[in-house]
Design a protein around this ligand. Sequence first.
Ligand code: C2E
Ligand code: SIN
Ligand code: SIN
Ligand code: SIN
Ligand code: FE
Length: 411
Amino acid sequence: MTNITNESSSDLSALIGGENVSLVQFLLDLGISLSSESNPDRLLEKIVDESITLTNADGCTLYLSDDSGSLHFTISKNISMKICLGGVTGDPVSMPPVPRDPSFVSAYAAINKKIVNVPDVYKSTEFDFTGPKKYDEENCYCTKSMLVAPLTNYEGEVLGVMQLVNAKDPETNQVIAFDKKFDTLVHSLASFAAVAISNVRMIGEIRRRVAMLREANLDAIYSLAMAAEAKDDDTGDHVRRIQLYSIALAKKAGFTDEKADEIGYSSIMHDVGKISVPDMVLKKPGKLTDGEFDVMKAHTEAGSKILPATSFFVVARDIARHHHERWDGNGYPDGLKRGKIPIEARIVAITDVFDALTHKRAYKKAWTFEEAITEMKRCSGTHFDPRLMEIWEELYTSGELNRIFDSWHDS
Ligand code: C2E
Ligand code: SIN
Ligand code: SIN
Ligand code: SIN
Ligand code: FE
């Protein structure tokens, strides 16, 4: 007869001892293995594979609940039929969901949070097995035993159901009923699985939120940079080019994509301090007097003070303060030399000057790339970090700088 076990009756300690030690070890290893999987599809495959291994079942199917409680066929493997649906490696799944109706065994297990052990599907009168029977007919399969367990997470929420079919005798390979001991073991496995699924979903949600926050931050940063740039008669394209130039230079200099990206978004803010420079100086059509240039120079310190003292802006503050330092120590505001200048600022020193030279300013015409590179090479080792300057020239020679320029060039 069908055996229905209340979840709370699970008692692992009764199993510890004798041959069951290896089973307990199996479950502990499984818990670790499942909790280390961060890819949702691979996690589901692992759950299916491990539960087949644990119970010596012929097949395993996971159904996941939607908000209405309907159970969606998500992943399934069957060994004798060589079927693999869903997950990372399986064929696509298209099956109608099982409604939240306790006459179906999987819905029953989910609704009542109970494990159901059906020794023989064809002799069962408790559940509606017309679905599996029809499936058997169409596929020349014979569903016999079933073990169905709810996937209940630590909050007692049922995420779905695990359905194992056709336990096999390890010696004869004959299809048999699921041993009673599996009620407890599969319950534990299903709990591990549910917790792992919850965690993976939570991680996904956190990642999405971090991405959203980042996006919001970047929007604010572009606005801030543009506010400073607007006074300088620019459209904001200047900072976007500098961002892309800086990412390209950082990557080619050996930084990881992630670090290059940080240098990129931080470079956008290099001149935010210009917001505190009076228009009279900032927009002056001709050459600045020494006094005016001193006012202008203050944009570096002003910038690093405007930016918040939080980790997100650490690199941006360094860049804002030090992007006018020179390799030989004759720059401003601190007269730092060589390696004392933060490398992120040495990168932006190059990308900023290149972009300033190749564009029209209130006080100058646009130079050609060739003129700009020639002039900057002349200043390698005096103004610019010579190693970075070499890499910069390679980016020019390979056409990378032209590509970036063309993608963010207004006029
Ligand atoms: P910016 O226009 O964004 O220029 C950034 C840097 O590019 C300059 O930093 C400088 O190192 C380099 N640069 C720009 N144009 C030229 C150029 O024609 N020749 C050479 N050799 N280098 C160039 P710098 O000098 O510290 O200037 C900082 C900022 O001060 C400039 O930012 C600009 O806003 C302003 N500025 C500098 N000189 C003048 C000027 O003569 N007239 C006006 N109106 N503003 C100036
Ligand atoms: C089940 O509830 O496990 C089977 C439902 C169906 O396939 O009709
Ligand atoms: C300028 O910005 O116009 C001149 C600065 C320099 O020659 O380095
Ligand atoms: C210099 O090193 O003399 C300045 C060169 C430049 O800003 O392009
Ligand atoms: Fe600047």
